[in-house]
Design a protein around this ligand. Structure first.
Ligand code: CA
Length: 481
C-alpha cells in the first residue's frame, strides 16, 4: 500500500532532488511526542503497531536510525533541543529545573531571522516560553481529558482529548498565521506519556488481541545487578492501578505478573500513539491542501525513547538503547530524497543548529550541537562524530530508583559509568547502588543483556573507551562525578 496521498505523490514527483541546492527559507513544522519510542512506529519496523501517517513522513523523506538524546528524560531533553546545549550548560538537569527565559534558544534566533514562531502543547520547562510569538501550553504534564491550557498566560479549560486538541490548536494557528513569513511551529504532544490514557476513538483498539512481547521481557538483570537492581520501573511489580486501570489479580507475582501487566500497559500506550498518528495525518493533509508541502520541513520525533517492556521495564532514564534512541523522521521535498535511511550519529542538541541551517541563520557559538542538513542530503561531513556523550542526573527521584550515570556510545560499543545512588536506596541491603561500570558490544549483543566490563578479552577496549569518554567529557565541558 502506498501511504502517500495522491497530492503528496504529485508534489514529490515534481520536486527533483538537487543535493546542496538552496531555495526559499522553508517553514519548519516540528512535531514532538512525549516518550514515543521508535520501536512503536511502523516506519521503524514496529512489531506491535501501525502508524500510517508517521510513515508518510519517512517515505517522503528520511528516517534516522542513530538519533540519541543526551539525557533521557522529558524536561532536560526539551531544554537540550531548544538550546542546542547539554544539561550542564543549559542548567536543566532534572524534571524540577527551570529553563531560564533569558537563556538563548532556537526560537529566539528564528524569530530574529524573520520567522513566525509558535509552541502548542506540552512545554514542561517551568518558566513561560520565550522566543515564541504565540504559545498555548499545558501546565506541567497536563491532563489527557478536558485539559487546561495556558494561552499566553491565560488559563482556560477545554473539552476534549488532549492529543486532538493540540492538533486542533496547531491547525488554528496555521490558518491564522501571516502567510508572508515562514513559520516555525513546535507541536508538542503530551501522549503517549504515563499514565497512558487513550482517547475515545481508540479506547477499544487491540481488544481481544495479544500484543507480541519483547524477547527480553523476563530479564532478571544477571551481570548488571549493580546498576539495575534498584530500578523501580518493572512492568507489573512497579505498575500502579492508575497505570493498569484495573486491579492486579491476587496471587499474581514474578514473571506471571509481568506477562499479565505488559498487555495492559502496552495496549494503552499504543492506543495513545494512534491518536498522535491521526493528528500528524491531519497536519500533513493541511500542508497538502494549502500547497505548503514543498516548502515545509516536517519533523516527527519524541523527547526520548522508552522501554516497551524491554528488560521488563516501562519508562526511560537509563542509557540503554530503547531509552537513548529518539525516533527522527524528516521530510523536505526536493531537498531530502524520499526513502532516505541515515545511520549517522545525531543528537538532540543538533536539532536547533539544523533549524538554523534551514533558516540560513548563524549558529551561536554557545550551541554545542551541529547541523546535519548535509547528512540528510547524503553528504555526511568526513569529520562527523563517531561517539556520543550521555549523562543522567536525576538520582534524587525516589519513585523510579534510577542511579546517576554517564557514558559513551560509539557505533559498536557502549561504556556506562553508574555512580549516583538513588535516593531512598542509600544503605539498603540490597540493592544499594555502588559505583560500577558496564560495557556492551552492540553488534553481538544489541539487547544489552551481557555486561562485558570484567571480561579480560575486552580489557584493551575498555581502556580505549575510557580514554575517549574522558576526552569527550572534557570536550563538551562536563566534569567527572
Ligand atoms: Ca518524555
Amino acid at each position: 500500500m502506498n501511504l502517500l496521498s495522491r497530492r503528496e505523490m504529485l508534489s514529490l514527483a515534481a520536486a527533483p532532488v538537487v543535493p546542496g541546492a538552496t531555495r526559499n527559507r522553508p517553514n519548519i513544522l516540528y512535531i514532538m511526542a512525549d516518550d514515543h519510542a521508535s520501536h512503536a512506529i511502523s516506519a521503524y519496523g514496529s512489531r506491535i503497531n501501525r502508524t500510517p501517517n508517521l510513515d508518510r513522513i519517512a517515505q517522503g523523506g528520511a528516517r534516522l536510525d542513530n538519533c540519541f538524546c543526551t539525557n533521557s528524560i522529558c524536561t532536560p531533553s526539551r531544554a537540550a533541543i531548544l538550546t542546542g546545549q547539554y544539561s550542564h550548560n543549559n542548567g536543566v538537569y532534572t524534571l524540577s529545573d527551570r529553563l531560564d527565559p533569558n537563556h538563548d534558544n532556537v526560537a529566539k534566533r528564528l524569530q530574529g531571522a524573520g520567522y513566525q514562531t509558535a509552541i502548542i502543547g506540552k512545554w514542561h520547562l517551568v518558566t513561560d516560553p520565550s522566543g515564541f510569538d504565540y504559545w498555548n501550553i499545558l501546565p506541567g504534564q497536563g491532563d489527557y481529558y478536558n485539559p487546561v491550557f495556558i494561552d499566553r498566560g491565560e488559563k482556560k479549560k477545554h473539552q476534549g482529548y488532549c492529543t486532538d486538541l493540540i492538533t486542533d490548536f496547531s491547525l488554528d494557528w496555521l490558518r491564522k498565521r501571516d502567510p508572508g513569513k515562514p513559520f516555525f511551529l513546535m507541536c508538542h504532544h503530551k501522549a503517549p506519556h504515563r499514565p497512558w490514557l487513550p482517547g475515545p476513538k481508540y479506547a477499544h483498539l487491540f481488544d481481544g488481541q495479544t500484543i507480541p512481547e519483547p524477547d527480553n521481557l523476563f530479564d532478571h538483570y544477571e551481570s548488571r545487578p549493580a546498576s539495575v537492581a534498584a530500578v523501580k520501573m518493572r512492568v507489573g511489580e512497579n505498575s500502579t492501578k492508575t497505570d493498569l486501570k484495573t486491579d492486579i489479580p491476587s496471587g499474581l507475582t514474578g514473571d506471571a505478573l509481568r506477562k499479565w501487566a505488559y498487555q495492559y500497559y502496552i495496549k494503552d500506550y499504543l492506543r495513545c500513539v494512534q491518536s498522535v498518528d491521526d493528528g500528524v495525518g491531519r497536519l500533513l493533509d493541511y500542508l497538502d491542501a494549502e500547497h505548503l508541502t514543498r516548502d515545509t520541513v516536517v519533523i516527527y520525533t519524541s523527547d526520548q525513547g522508552f522501554f516497551l517492556g524491554d528488560h521488563g521495564w516501562y519508562d526511560k532514564r537509563l542509557m540503554y538503547e530503547e531509552s537513548l534512541r529518539m525516533p527522527f523522521l524528516i521530510r523536505y521535498p526536493g531537498m531530502i530524497r524520499p526513502g532516505t535511511l541515515n545511520k549517522d550519529m545525531v543528537l538532540n542538541i543538533d536539532f536547533a543548529p539544523l533549524f538554523l541551517e534551514y533558516a540560513r541563520a548563524a549558529k551561536p557559538a554557545a550551541m554545542q550541537g551541529r547541523g546535519f542538513r548535509a547528512n540528510l542530503e547524503g553528504r555526511t561531513p568526513r569529520d562527523w562524530r563517531r561517539a556520543m556523550y550521555y549523562r543522567y542526573w536525576m538520582h534524587n527521584d525516589e519513585s523510579h530508583g534510577v542511579p546517576a550515570s554517564y557514558g559513551l556510545r560509539t557505533h559498536r560499543y557502549k561504556l556506562i559509568y553508574v555512580y549516583g545512588k538513588p535516593l531512598g536506596m542509600r544503605g539498603a541491603n540490597p540493592p544499594a547502588t555502588e559505583p560500577a561500570w558496564e560495557l556492551y558490544d552492540l553488534e553481538r549483543d544489541p539487547r544489552e543483556m551481557r555486561n562485558l566490563y570484567d571480561d579480560p578479552a575486552y580489557a584493551r577496549m575498555v581502556k580505549e573507551l575510557k580514554e575517549e569518554l574522558d576526552r569527550l567529557q572534557r570536550e563538551v565541558g562536563d566534569t567527572p562525578a
